[in-house]
Ligand binder design. Structure first.
Ligand code: PLP
Length: 367
């Protein structure tokens, strides 16, 4: 498969240097491997960087969403969400006995907020809207705030792709530190909020629903909620702290790569949206008018033979076998068109201009 002089070029990967390794080794030699001082340090650094009052780090982005859903939803509630996301976004709604309602996307891959409003007008069971800052593109905060205020719904931002300052609109935002995301703690994630009550509940749920209370006996602890072990280790948090120091460097490189694609892609391959310096560019998605999925697959295979790992984000969640079985299958016109046309190009910190040129040349040749 590795037929290029560049080895294999994936769509995304982590960047780990000597400082990360040193930070991890230091924790290995300390007294705490699981919950130690690095956890809170990392949480405070994240809160500061992301513009939230409170951050709770957890074992991954999916458990972050699960905890958020435990806070925002009850059994039987409905939550509007997008088909264009990783499975965890809507799975987390189902985890707590609530039901997702999918609506179509816009041209830029984000959920269509007008369609969200149509649903909110008609269905009083909708208690929350789960939005995804897809590819790293920020949402229209003003429009989201309008929906939140007018319909009294809770707002969740799944920010697995986004790493910018929060605009103060959402009730909860979730993050993932999986190696392909902006920073990594191996597996890892976070839940962020400005609400103290939500924060306290998240802390409890992360740790078995336990609150510390040794007022009666010194050994005492009290379980007051059905929680989980979704903690993130001190080792992971030490790595996260060092990764966080590099995040501005990571982001500016991603924007530079995105700009270069914009300036150098052949006419027939269209970026998903005009260059946007506010985007975190977790993904660089382009569109090409393939005539069939077979044609698209053939192109993917040929690119792979050239050592380039294209990806596609995402198969409409509501077309996954589990969702089909539950009756969620529906073809949304924009989502269908996007599914056929869109694909993600390599974008990550260590990607060189030469490698980008190679990717562009290969596409030019094959399309
Ligand atoms: C990666 C991702 C998740 C899940 O994160 P994990 O850390 O892999 O559990 C959820 N939502 C979106 C949009 C993602 O990209």
């Amino acid at each position: 498969m590795e037929n290029s002089e560049y080895g294999f070029i994936p769509y995304g990967k982590q960047y780990v240097d000597e400082c990360d390794k040193k930070a991890v080794l230091e924790v290995l030699e300390s007294d705490y491997l699981t919950t130690g001082p690095k956890v809170q340090e990392f949480e405070e650094a994240l809160a500061n960087r992301l513009g939230f009052k409170y951050v709770v780090v957890v074992s991954n982005g999916t458990t972050a969403l699960h905890l958020a859903s435990r806070v925002l939803l009850n059994v039987g509630d409905r939550a509007v969400t997008t088909p264009n996301s990783f499975l965890s976004t809507s799975n987390s709604i189902l985890y707590v006995g609530a039901k997702p309602i999918f609506v179509d996307i816009e041209n830029n891959g984000l959920i269509n907020l007008d369609l969200v409003e149509e649903k909110l007008k008609k269905n009083k069971k909708i208690k929350a809207v789960y939005l995804v800052t897809f590819s790293g593109h920020p949402l229209d905060d003003e429009k989201v705030k309008y929906l939140k205020d007018k319909y009294g719904v809770k707002i969740l931002y799944d920010n697995a792709h986004y790493f910018g300052k929060d605009g103060g609109v959402c009730d909860i935002a979730t993050y993932s530190f999986h190696p392909v995301k902006h920073i990594t703690t191996f597996e890892g994630g976070a839940v962020a909020t400005n609400n103290e009550k939500i924060y306290k509940k998240l802390l409890r749920l992360r740790n078995h629903g336990i609150v510390k209370d040794s007022s009666m006996y010194p050994w005492e602890y009290k379980m007051v909620d059905l929680g989980y072990n979704y903690r993130l280790s001190d080792v992971a948090c030490a790595m996260g702290l060092i990764q966080l120091e590099k995040v501005d460097m990571f982001l500016s490189k991603r924007r530079q790569i995105a700009k270069y694609y914009h300036d150098n892609l052949p006419e027939k391959i269209k970026p998903l949206y005009p260059y946007n310096e506010k985007s975190s560019y977790h993904l660089f998605v382009v569109r090409y008018p393939f005539k069939s999925f077979d044609e698209k697959a053939e192109f993917f295979i040929k690119m792979r033979q050239k050592g380039i790992g294209l990806q596609y984000h995402y198969i409409p969640i509501n077309q996954q076998p589990f969702y089909v079985k539950k009756g969620y299958f529906k073809k949304f016109p924009q989502m269908e068109k996007y599914y056929l046309e869109a694909f993600s190009l390599p974008i990550y910190y260590s990607l060189s201009v030469k490698e980008q040129d190679y990717v562009i040349d290969c596409m030019e040749e094959l399309l």
